[in-house]
Design a protein around this ligand. Structure first.
Ligand code: ADP
Ligand code: MG
Length: 673
């Protein structure tokens, strides 16, 4: 058995499950090993109804008090039943599970387990799991891993597959010596894999995770180091002088650059004409105006007779950049083209021809820009927008499209300089810590769902002023197991409440073409309200949008919420953001309150970190930075530093890392958009 073996070598895995696994980007045994649990189900000791606490996960032994009744709503079958223990009688409900009526008989005892919610003023369960007393006794105090999978793959089946991998865990080659591990409290790689998938207790999960996070960072630094050759300071073979066209563009802009933009632009221009190839990271909070700085650099490159390319993580964003950049550069006689995944056939061929024959100066697109069959005639500058959404491998491929082109990466993720230096190797860093002067700070509020009618009224006044609105829901469609708001049902609800508003919906399951046309219509002001999932999180810029309502805000990480909020407050009008929670608890409100208090990405990231406990990491993650599966660059900053130091030490002492195949970095980038 080897890690490279395909999944059909496992017992019970045939063509059908192989196909399902590939949907989750799992192809080999090694992939499966590194598909870590998303969280663990715990089976706490049962308590009575009177002891329940809102928002916690709990179990109660109760007997069935009344037969199940099934109420049909338009879309749902709501199955309701009363259960009873020594302290109370409570109503519990499931959705769309009418067969349960045959499972429960009056007076029978079961253990009901789930998250405690408040319904009609009392604490109860919704959609609880249920077990016979014997079943529960076996499970109590264990930790059952729960994996993110796709429909058709059950968690149970997945666990069975992972169980077959246990011999592989034992074969892991250890690259850290025992003394060092003991000193630093790092378990062996073998034990870490064993414990993350088959934990004995909470402590073993925390320790296993710590080692695997260390492993991710160590492997990352090793990979970065192997790239050193390519990224080492190269002499500048594309010297780009000060540009008249950039200056002209600047003088026609309807605004003045901020000091931070000015400084960054100067740093870039100095690099471009300097003795070495540029290798620069621009870090600027949402709305700080990174795009125009990139455009000014691209214009200078075009004027000097070279090509520049800008890569964005989503088609929607690439399209938007294309529109903006065309408009800005057309008067200067600069030619742009767009290349994305949905551009196919003859159109794509023509696009590739233009790129190869330098019939175009600026190329804008998605990862399609770095496909094998795209060849650039004179590529001198590559820019990645929202770099944190890509992996290092993309950055490397992009680089190879030219002959040592200048590199500019832009990110809205606020990370401290010390961390940025580890993660971005030897890049120079420009920080844009200033918002354009014409901006009014966004007004925020954190409220419960009872505020919704008021929010709708407010929305309406904004629309009447000619402004536009985003509503963010966590789900695309109705789900059987969660009550969170979904885009489909929500737009119906909204159209009843605001019959005159023009409402559009947007979510990740739509075809790219469809997403693009909806986004374009919204940008042109043809729709008033966009009900969307977080697909709009990255980069989207519609300055006329002044109101954002985020439903079930408790389901998102603070950094993600901050990025989302950054979609408003991009023009001169006062903007508003309403964070609405679906579930209420002190902890949830306290967390969201951070956003209410601060509009500074750095501060928000710091506060978020402070609030999280050691066992919190399987909850809401920051927006999965880089390619890391477990590691969180904020929370795990100290492990990152440790791994970085030790990697340098080992390298200097001459360790041959080739002996450890595990250190080969094979990130398969999957953009969840
Ligand atoms: P981000 O840094 O989030 O990528 P964008 O580049 O999308 O921000 O810019 C946001 C908006 O601010 C755009 O509409 C852009 O035209 C505008 N903008 C950029 N710079 C300035 C400035 N100095 N003054 C006023 N508005 C600006
Ligand atoms: Mg941007």
């Amino acid at each position: 058995m080897k890690e490279q073996d395909t999944l059909n070598t496992l017992k019970g895995v045939g063509d059908k499950s192989t196909a399902l696994f590939s949907k989750c980007h799992l192809y080999t045994l090694g992939d499966l090993m590194e598909h870590y649990p998303r969280y663990y189900t715990r089976f706490p000791a049962p308590v009575s109804f009177s002891e329940l606490k809102e928002g916690e996960s709990a179990a109660v032994i109760a007997s069935v008090h009344s037969r199940m009744t099934i109420k049909r709503t338009r879309r749902l079958k709501v199955c309701v039943m009363k259960i009873k223990d020594d302290t109370a009688i409570r109503e519990i409900a499931w959705f769309n599970m009418p067969f349960l009526a045959n499972v429960f008989h009056v007076n029978q005892k079961f253990v009901f387990m789930g998250e405690v919610v408040r319904k009609n003023g009392v604490l109860t369960f919704q959609h609880p799991k249920y077990y016979t007393l014997e079943e529960y006794a076996q499970l109590q105090n264990t930790y059952q891993p729960v994996y993110s999978l796709t429909e058709g793959l059950t968690n149970r089946f997945f666990c069975k597959c992972v169980a077959q991998l246990r011999p592989l865990f034992q074969q892991k080659l250890e690259y850290l010596d025992a003394d060092y591990r003991r000193e630093q409290g790092l378990m062996s790689l073998s034990d870490a894999f064993e414990n993350i998938h088959f934990p004995l207790n909470e402590e073993s999960i925390i320790e296993a995770r710590r080692r695997l996070v260390y492993h991710e960072f160590f492997r990352f630094f090793h990979y970065m180091d192997s790239l050193k050759e390519e990224t080492a300071r190269q002499p500048n073979s594309h010297v780009i002088a000060d540009s008249n066209k950039s200056r002209e563009l600047l003088s026609h802009l309807p605004y003045k650059l901020t000091n931070a933009q000015m400084r960054t632009l100067q740093e870039i221009m100095t690099d471009l004409k300097g003795p070495y190839v540029m290798n620069r990271l621009v870090q600027g909070d949402v709305g700080s105006g990174k795009t125009i700085v990139a455009v000014l650099a691209l214009v200078a490159v075009a004027e000097a007779g070279f090509q520049g390319a800008l890569m964005a993580p989503t088609e929607v964003l690439a399209n938007q950049h294309y529109e903006t950049i065309c408009e800005l550069t057309r008067p200067l006689g600069i030619r742009c083209c767009l290349l994305t995944g949905s551009i196919k056939g003859a159109e794509k061929k023509e696009c590739c021809r233009r790129i190869a024959e330098q019939d175009v100066d600026i190329v804008i697109g998605t990862q399609a820009l770095i496909q094998e069959n795209v060849n650039y005639a004179r590529l001198a500058l590559v820019i990645t927008d929202e770099q944190h959404r890509f992996g290092v491998r993309q950055r490397e491929r992009f680089l190879q499209k030219g002959n040592h082109p200048h590199v500019l990466v832009m990110s809205a993720t606020p990370i401290p300089r010390t961390l940025a230096m580890m993660l971005y190797g030897d890049m120079d860093i420009s920080v844009m810590n200033e918002l354009p002067a014409n901006r009014l700070p966004i007004k925020n509020c954190v409220v419960g769902q009872n505020y919704r009618p008021a929010a709708f009224r407010f929305m309406n006044t904004e629309i009447e002023k000619g402004h536009q609105v985003y509503v963010i829901c966590p789900m695309v469609g109705e789900s059987e197991t969660t009550e969170a708001e979904n885009v489909m049902d929500y737009s119906e609800k909204l159209s009843l409440a605001l019959p005159n508003a023009r409402i559009a919906t947007l979510h990740g399951r739509m075809k790219e073409e469809e997403k693009n046309s909806i986004m374009t219509a919204f940008a042109k002001g043809e729709t008033d309200i966009l009900v969307s999932t977080t697909v709009i999180e990255v980069g989207i810029n519609v300055p006329n949008a002044t109101f954002m309502l985020i439903e079930n805000a408790e389901r998102f990480g603070l950094a993600g919420l901050h990025q989302l909020r950054g979609r408003v407050g991009r023009g001169e009008a006062q903007s508003y953001c309403v964070f609405m929670y679906g579930k209420d608890s002190d902890k949830i409100r306290e967390r969201l309150e951070v956003l209410n208090q601060s509009n500074d990405g750095f501060e928000i990231a710091r506060e978020d970190l402070k609030m999280r406990g050691p066992g919190d990491f399987f909850g809401i993650r920051q927006s999965g930075e880089m390619d890391f599966k477990l590691a969180d660059i904020y929370q795990d900053a100290s492990i990152m530093t440790l791994a970085h130091q030790h990697f340098q030490e080992l390298k200097e002492s001459g360790v041959d890392f080739c002996a450890y195949p595990d250190l080969k970095w094979q990130p398969e980038q999957t953009l969840a958009i």
